[in-house]
Each structure stands twice: as C-alpha cells, then as structure tokens.
Write a protein that binds this ligand. Sequence first.
Ligand SMILES: Cc1ncc(COP(=O)(O)O)c(C=O)c1O
Length: 349
Amino acid sequence: MFELEKIIRPNIKRMKPYSSARDEYKGQEGVFLDANENPFNNPYNRYPDPLQNELKSKLAQIKKVEPSQIFLGNGSDEAIDLLIRAFCEPGKDSVLSLSPSYGMYQVAAETNAVEFRTVSLNPDFTLNVNKLKEAIDSSVKLIFICSPNNPSGNRFAKEDIISVLTGFNGLVVVDEAYIDFSSGMSFLSELNVFGNLVVLQTFSKAWGLAGIRLGIAYASPEIIAILNKIKYPYNVNVLTQKVALEALHNLKQKENWVNTILIQKEFLIQKLRSMKVVEHIYPSDANFILVKVAKSEDLFNFLIDKQIITRNRSKVALCEGCIRITIGTEMENRILVETISDFEDEYLK
Ligand SMILES: Cc1ncc(COP(=O)(O)O)c(C=O)c1O
C-alpha cells in the first residue's frame, strides 16, 4: 500500500521551510517595510506571491481541482527536479521511466545522483506494463510516464497507467504536457482516487506561453505541501503570474489555437503521406509528429540549410531514421512540404 510518510526523504520530512516576509504577512494592502524592497518602481519592486494564490484559485476552478492540489513552478522541469529531490535518496534510490521519452527525467535524476532506469517501449511505442512492473524494486521511488509521449507522440492506454498506479508503492508521475492536443482523457480526474498520482501539465504548449516558464504539478495536498516546502520562496515571478492569469481569463483563445493546430496536423499528415521520402508517420496525440524518412540525416541537414529546424531523433532508441516535426502555422507547414519536395527532387531521383 502507498504511504507518503514512507517515501519522503527523512531530511526533507524533518526540515523547517524558509519563511519569507510574504509568507508571514498575507494582506495585499499596507505599508510594506518587511522585505527590504525598494519602495519605488511599483509594481515590480515587490516580491511575488510565494504561493501564487490568485493564479491557483483560477486554475483550480478551470481544472476542477482544489488550489491545495496545485504546485506551480518555473516550467514542469522545476516540478520534475523537486519530486526527485523530495523522494529519492542520492546514491540509494532510483527513478524509473520509459525509453524513448522526455530527456529531462534522466538529467534531473542524474543531477541529483539518483539512478535512472528505463524500460523500452514496444517497437510501436505502446507500453509493456509487465516489463515496467518487473523493473520495479524497493529502490524505485518514482515512475515517470509521459502521455502523450515525447518523442513518439502517442498516448498510453488508461488501463495500463492505472495498472501501474495500483501496483506500485511509490509515486507515478504522469506528464501531460501535450494533453490538450489529445482525444484521450486527462488523469486529473483520477487525482482523488490515487494518492500516489502526480500529474504534470504546462503553459508551454497549448497555452502558447513557453517563454514565461510556468509548469504545473497536480497531486494530493500532502504531496503539494512537500514541494512547496522545498521550492525557492519566490519561484514564479510577478510577470509570469500576471501573464498566466490573463491567459486563464481567455480560455477561448487557447481552444482556438489547439483546434487550428489539430487541423494543421491533419493537413501536414495528408501531404507527407504522399511523399516518396516518407516511410511512416506515427500516430500522434500531440502537437508534433514523428516521421520515419529515407535519408534522415540528409533531409534534416537539407532543412537546416533552408532554415527549417526540425528535431533529428535518428539516434534515439526505436526512432532510427526519424525526425520529429512540430506543427506550425499553415504558412510554415506549406514551406516545410515544399522544401521536402525540393529535397526529393535533388536526392531521390
Ligand atoms: C513531455 C514534456 N514535459 C515537459 C516539458 C517541458 O515543459 P516546461 O516548458 O513546462 O518545462 C516538455 C517540453 O518539451 C515535454 O516534452
């Protein structure tokens, strides 16, 4: 059975968090002489709300969760790092994930001297649940499952992820960075069912806000309290909180962007399907497609020469000969297709 008390690192459990000036006084109005700020240059002279209460309250309403179930950080990458630091003892515990998947799980684990293990996906990028469960031993404290997965683009079956959640005594982190582009359901609806579930989402993709660096972890209030205890006090700056709040008041815009991107994805898939250089397009639940092509290195470099930048995934496990293409605007996608056509004329005569 999952018990949070058993997996939190003892030093984290014992420690007292830093108490910032703005933790101690919560009012908005007053003569602020507590934080050694400059009294001029309002509003940027003031430290941000350390717990981002206004933002969380709006996000909670939209996502149908409690504000206490939300952690906000400097990109999802901050949440990934903090989860490892809170629950994995360096040199002793380990993190388990899938291969291929998002590279930051490994970087964050190894930065913290935590062993990183992977289980290979099947060649069609589906999840082998039995293999994943076999790789669990007492050292594994966290399992990262990216769904829809980067770089393959597919989402995993709900039953498979639930089977991992029920069969594991550590935390299962479901990274849903691309969930807005997916026809599958979000695991947010399972938050009150599984105490060991953490769901990651981000403002970097569907919301069009990669530049402001804002990532979200949803979990039980107890898990969120641990992340809050060890984060930097003012980890989400004033500008980021302001811009994100504006975005949350304009849900329609995000939905329109997602719809446009999905239409463009179909357009691009249709065009690519008829091209000689394209050998396979993997099913995608995301805002990118993984495409197996002939002469992948040559094509990738040809596109670079024309200032069209895709991601060469040829050397990634199970992705031999593949490039990953993010869906752009209609104009950008047309330019891509035309340039691939020029490549075919030159290289596939
Ligand atoms: C699966 C996945 N998770 C997280 C991220 C990063 O999110 P953020 O910009 O919030 O750090 C990415 C970025 O590409 C990603 O592919």
